[in-house]
Design a protein around this ligand. Sequence first.
Ligand code: SF4
Length: 210
Amino acid sequence: MLGVEIEGAVDAGGRTIHFKADRADLDGTQLLLTDYKTGRTIDSGKRASTRARNFLKQVRTGKRLQASTYALAGLSSTMARTGRFLFLDPDTEDHARDFSVEDADSDFITAAGSAWSVVSEAWDAGVFLPRIVGPTGSKQGDACDRCRMRQSCRLGDSGYRRRVIEHVQRHTPVFKRTPTQLPAVRQSLLRLWWLGQEPPDYPEEQHDDE
Ligand code: SF4
């Protein structure tokens, strides 16, 4: 073992992403950076290919980025790197504990790089829309239950919630068809909103302001 609470940084999406790994191990020329998780595993399915597919799906939507980001850090190094989540809950079955990404896993590396690019672009555009609902507006945002900002968030404001959903639904058709017709900040917002997902076909409306 090399150490614990290791800090590092990686250039991704046009900015430097700083990270902390719970543990670092070195095996020959292979560096393994681990993030311990106490919550529910990513996927408890029996088939490794299904678990990997669902893991990748989450990375594409900007979730579970740590392991891929650790592996991304390896691209500028001669040392091969693996990033992994290790789920510690005793109720988790052994096959569903370890979710690893190697720097040669191009699907994960590409997905994480794209996610960081979209987030970085949104940051630069000043898009900090609270994700009070999931992309299709059907349920509360994934992160809200454990969010420390919850008390000061407009999460419970049904009018705001409705306006957010209406805004997304109203501009998504143009975003799908010809995104460059939208102002840059709105493109950025919708890229972030639909990160890793194909937007549904909402009916297109005519608006005077477009
Ligand atoms: S509760 Fe937190 S995670 Fe949820 S929308 Fe508000 S700020 Fe975002």
